[in-house]
Design a protein around this ligand. Structure first.
Ligand SMILES: [Zn+2]
Ligand SMILES: [Zn+2]
Length: 386
């Protein structure tokens, strides 16, 4: 199979570069999903567009088995001005594929073409091209549009490239693999006044500063040191002049964890610490707490299955079956709450362009297109043996 897939590398590279030159951010992937839909149709897939606004599903049925598998790729870009200097650099100002979703889309298209040409499987393949992974929850949008009701899947798989992991190395993990990511805006309100007369004011700046310091003790004192969690205050805004005490300060906070229980505890402690700190300084603190993506939890048996498939295709030395979890987040987590499956990482290597994702100098490594497509196709042929 690896040898056969090599003949699809050139077209994968050209899709990748074309999509890279024309990046589209979340829920605006009309051009990208058009390319995907047209290609799938030309190979004989039954295609539905507009699922989750700009999502596409391609279904291919072969043989008589009643089993089904879902493979998912994300298609959206980021609002970042590209600085790679690549020949295929983004042609759109302020937008680029800085997370490699151009590569994921091309990998799944390569596997789609191979599967349609070779048809060495028995069952139903559902290819899920998802919009808006970057923060907007395209996975949920597709599920709310009936994705798994209309395209039932016995198991689902997705892949993400990862800089810093050797080129083509496959990393899997049973259990929690990516963090939950929640957000809070805290508005601290006091009574402003003259900077020289603090006793006549209730200082929101001093109270907000105390809150910032106090919430740092939640991770260090309330969570199990073996259970990763992060609380980051990413913005603190209030005041304009050195001699004026402002009424109000706003804090923007990011909260991440690797278990649903810790996630709940972090929210409860954040609310307690913020409210009681505010009370002790005589100010009020309004907390707007929003849930982002949940913890991504890989199911055991699909993960073991995927590790075996990867090892048989690529060799044991290129597969790490139980890698380290990551503090990034991923909306494939919602799909895994509904359907058993697994999320895999493929090393992007450390060559040119392989700084961390979401960086203006990042670029997807074309050398792993074949690895990704081979894995996707191999999962189908092993899950749906003919
Ligand atoms: Zn990303
Ligand atoms: Zn990504």
């Amino acid at each position: 199979m690896t040898a056969v897939l090599a003949s699809y590398v050139e077209e994968m590279r050209s899709w990748r570069h074309d999509i890279h030159q024309h990046p589209e951010i979340g829920f605006q992937e009309t051009r990208t999903s058009g390319i995907v839909a047209q290609a799938l149709r030309s190979w004989g897939y039954e295609v539905e567009t507009g699922i989750g606004k700009t999502g596409v599903v391609g279904r291919l049925v072969n043989g008589s088995s009643g089993k089904s598998i879902g493979l998912r790729a994300d298609m959206d870009a980021l609002p970042i001005q590209e600085k790679t200097g690549a020949l295929w650099q983004s042609k759109r100002m302020g937008m680029m594929h800085a997370c490699g979703h151009d590569g994921h889309t091309a990998m799944l298209l390569g596997a789609a073409h191979y599967l349609a040409d070779t048809r060495k499987f028995s069952g139903t393949v559902n290819l899920i091209f998802q919009p808006a992974e970057e923060g907007l929850g395209g996975a949920v949008a597709m599920m709310n549009d009936g994705l798994f009701d209309r395209y039932p899947c016995d198991a689902i798989f997705a892949m993400h490239n990862m800089p810093g992991i050797p080129e083509g190395q496959v990393v899997l993990r049973k259990g929690a693999f990516m963090a939950s990511s929640d957000y809070a805006t805290v508005t601290v309100k006091g009574a402003g006044g003259h900077g020289g007369l603090p006793h006549q004011a209730t200082d929101s700046i001093v109270a907000a500063s105390a809150i910032v310091m106090a919430i740092q003790t939640i991770v260090s004192r309330n969570t199990n040191p073996l259970d990763m969690s992060v609380i980051t205050v990413g913005a603190i805004n209030g005041g304009q002049a050195n001699n004026v005490i402002p009424d109000e300060v706003k804090l923007e906070i990011s909260i991440r964890s690797l278990s649903p229980g810790t996630r709940q505890m972090l929210e409860r402690r954040l609310r307690e610490v913020v409210s009681l700190q505010a009370q002790s300084y005589g100010v009020t603190a309004d907390i707007d707490y929003r849930y982002g993506y949940p913890v991504l939890i890989n199911h055991d048996s699909p993960t073991e299955f995927a590790a075996k498939v990867a090892a048989s295709l690529l060799g044991d030395s290129r597969v790490s079956p139980q890698g380290q979890p990551l503090s990034g987040s991923e909306d494939f987590a919602y799909m895994l709450e509904r359907i058993p499956g697994s999320y895999l990482l493929v090393g992007n290597g450390d060559g040119q362009g392989s700084c961390m994702v979401h960086n203006p100098a990042y670029d997807f490594n074309d050398k792993i297109l074949q690895t990704g497509a081979t894995l996707f196709a191999g999962l189908v042929e092993s899950y749906l043996p003919s």
